[in-house]
Design a protein around this ligand. Structure first.
Ligand SMILES: CC(C)(COP(=O)(O)OP(=O)(O)OC[C@H]1O[C@@H](n2cnc3c(N)ncnc32)[C@H](O)[C@@H]1OP(=O)(O)O)[C@@H](O)C(=O)NCCC(=O)NCCS
Length: 182
């Protein structure tokens, strides 16, 4: 059973191995590939408004953050980032985290969620966000220097959120492990 709960500072020890692997690959996040553990913890744990982990049997399989996307008149829009351990891909962990993040977003008072820079080569992620109701609203030409594909476009993806609420403090939303892709 997958459980999603708010991350503690100590959880970064369990996030860091897959965070480092994803960032070192340099294919999905506009973070320096040699980001230090301290810089990573600052980006993922300290700067965001909240950070969550998805765990199963005590093992952290994925993590996401939620933060305010812009100031003042833009502050009703949130931004999230998601990472799933490479050994756990295709089992619905990101789907569960994204659904969870939308409930948390509404509970925190946000009206919309925006992904600012989804790399166009990240087709699995794009398909996933589309399936969860996000629309591509913009395309940034050659905004990402991909290690294999060179300069590739980035997509701005957006979803206006409904008005459902979840009870604070953030309940652990339990998801059945789907036991496979899809
Ligand atoms: C993108 C990412 C978060 C998806 O995580 P995930 O837990 O594998 O996602 P899910 O299992 O919920 O769904 C993944 C989709 O890929 C499919 N899939 C099947 N096997 C897969 C595999 N081995 N690896 C990845 N995806 C697979 C799933 O069936 C699903 O497709 P569908 O939506 O068409 O049904 C994860 O690949 C990741 O952390 N990537 C690196 C960081 C990243 O790109 N973050 C997002 C930035 S926008």
């Amino acid at each position: 059973m997958l459980k999603i709960r708010e991350a503690t500072r100590d959880d970064f020890n369990l996030i860091w191995p897959f965070f480092r692997e994803i960032v070192q690959a340099g294919e999905t996040y506009a973070f320096p590939t040699d980001l230090s553990r301290e810089q990573a913890a600052d980006l993922w744990m300290d700067t965001p408004r909240r950070t969550f982990v998805a765990e199963e049997a005590g093992e952290v399989l994925g993590s996401y953050y939620i933060k305010t996307n812009a100031l003042g008149p833009g502050s009703h829009v949130c931004n999230c980032g998601y990472m799933v351990s490479p050994s756990t891909r295709g089992k619905g962990v990101a789907t569960a985290m994204c659904e969870h993040s939308q409930l948390i977003a509404v509970d925190l008072g946000y009206k919309a969620m925006q992904f600012n820079s989804v790399v166009a080569t990240n087709t699995g992620a794009i398909r996933l966000w589309e399936r969860l109701g996000f629309e591509t609203v913009g395309r940034l030409p050659k905004a990402f220097d991909h290690p294999k594909a060179g300069y590739v476009d980035c997509l701005v993806m957006f979803k206006w959120l409904g008005t459902g609420r979840c009870e604070a403090p953030w309940p652990a939303i339990e998801h059945q492990d789907q036991g496979g892709a899809g």
